[in-house]
Design a protein around this ligand. Structure first.
Ligand SMILES: CC(=O)N[C@@H]1[C@@H](OP(=O)(O)OP(=O)(O)OC[C@H]2O[C@@H](n3ccc(=O)[nH]c3=O)[C@H](O)[C@@H]2O)O[C@H](CO)[C@@H](O)[C@@H]1O
Length: 393
């Protein structure tokens, strides 16, 4: 049996007990974007003989994470219990639970993605237990510890702990090399988010249809560094644009965080052509993206996904750790300033030649083969045991 038997222990833990001769690869994650970006890796790895993949859900995100897990057909092997609403309380408790889990049976590899508290805690717990850490989406940098906070600090620290670095782009690979990481520990893979998009798009036949100029404007905004005044400015800009163009439909899936819900509803509720909706599941989001004429976002993942469907993107941040889209010509940075956002949208609405040029750029973040490359590298690292299992199977 390739994946061991399922056991249930007291309360929150439901997990697969690995067969003794299997290598254990733990995937630790807890937020919406991590689930999306690790799902392709999980599906690619879990059918490999000799490998037992444990999906450990930290509980950092609640409902938004559950929707994503369902969408990608993932039932976590271990569910940790989130205690406390604050990031600090979550962090302390999660670290203790991860350490207890890793002390029960030795893992051979711990995979984390990106720059969340869950990813950092997974890497840190593994480091203390002398477990090798593999980092998916390694090497993204702004080199500004305040923006994005706390992600920039977390991802830099994960790079210090990891021994396998899966860089999504050449720029990310160069950053890691500049920081002194040995070239043989870095693999250029592309971003797994493109794999995830292809996974869902192929299953559900999602593709852009109709006149790309007639689609809706898709908006998302939730970044911590904009909370307060800047986020209100962003929402006022959306209201200005919608009021100036009553024929233009605006779709805004609002993050569940009350810090975002409050101002989004108070500023945009009465604007008739703005549709405020709950967060979309991944399938709905890809459909919304494919049907958009323009994307306004401070989301990292959406910046990476928009070029797949040729959707021009205005980035509502002052800097981005994903400048590849700007360099390729499919995104522009406009920041969180009200006048700048309105001016940038007006420009694209008035100059379709500029918008058209942004639509016809190949996705610079990946080609849908990242999970396969990562799986091959992981198998090579676990080689001896995995080869034995393959012969026996
Ligand atoms: C500083 C920064 O850039 N940090 C990034 C940021 O991640 P993000 O900005 O990509 O996060 P989101 O915007 O939440 O998710 C995006 C994904 O979710 C899908 N989506 C979205 C709305 C919805 O209604 N339905 C959906 O399905 C969407 O298509 C996309 O794939 O924070 C993470 C944690 O701190 C970091 O790890 C990550 O580097």
């Amino acid at each position: 049996m390739a994946h061991g038997r399922v056991v249930t222990t007291a309360g929150h833990l439901r997990r697969r007990e690995p067969d003794l001769d299997h290598r254990i690869v733990g995937i630790v994650c807890g937020t919406r974007p991590e689930i999306i970006k690790l799902a392709p890796v999980y599906h690619a790895l879990r059918h490999e003989p000799g490998v037992c993949v444990l999906w450990v859900h930290t509980g950092q995100h609640g409902d938004m994470a559950e929707g994503m897990l369902r969408c990608f057909g993932i039932e976590p092997d271990v569910r940790l219990t989130r205690k406390g609403a604050s990031l600090e309380a979550f962090s302390l408790e999660c670290r203790a639970q991860l350490d207890a889990l890793m002390s029960e049976r030795r893992w051979d590899l711990c995979i984390v993605q990106g720059d969340t508290e869950s990813a950092f805690l997974g890497a840190l717990s593994a480091f203390y237990r002398r477990v090798a850490v593999a980092h998916v989406e390694a090497g993204l940098r702004t080199y500004n510890l305040e923006r994005p906070f706390p992600e920039e600090g977390l991802r830099q620290m994960i790079s210090r702990l990891a021994c396998m670095h899966f860089a999504p782009t050449e720029r990310a690979r160069s950053a890691l090399l500049r920081e002194g990481i040995e070239p043989e520990k870095i693999l250029l893979t592309g971003n797994t988010v493109v794999d995830a998009q292809q996974w869902v798009s192929e299953r559900h036949g999602i593709r852009p249809e109709g006149d790309p100029r007639r689609g809706h404007i898709l908006v998302t905004s939730h970044r911590r560094e904009h909370w307060g005044r800047e986020m209100e400015d962003i929402f006022h800009a959306i209201a200005d644009i919608a009021r100036a163009h009553p024929e233009q439909r605006v779709l805004f899936p609002v993050h569940l965080n009350p810090v975002v819900q409050g101002p989004a509803h108070s500023i945009l509720q009465g604007v008739t052509n703005v549709k405020l909706v709950a967060p979309l599941d991944y399938l709905e989001m890809q459909q919304a993206l494919a049907g958009a004429s323009l994307l306004l976002t401070d989301s990292g993942g959406l910046q990476e996904e928009a070029p797949t469907f040729g959707v021009p993107t205005l980035v509502l941040r002052r800097e981005t750790e994903r400048p590849e889209a700007v360099e390729a010509g499919c995104a522009r940075i406009v920041g969180p300033d009200r006048e700048a956002i309105v001016a940038a949208v007006e420009r694209l609405l008035a100059h379709d030649d500029e918008a058209a040029a942004m639509r016809h750029v190949a996705n610079p973040f990946g080609d849908g083969t990242a999970a396969r490359r990562i799986t091959q590298a992981v198998l090579a690292r676990l080689a001896p045991v995995v080869e034995e299992a393959a012969v026996a199977a």
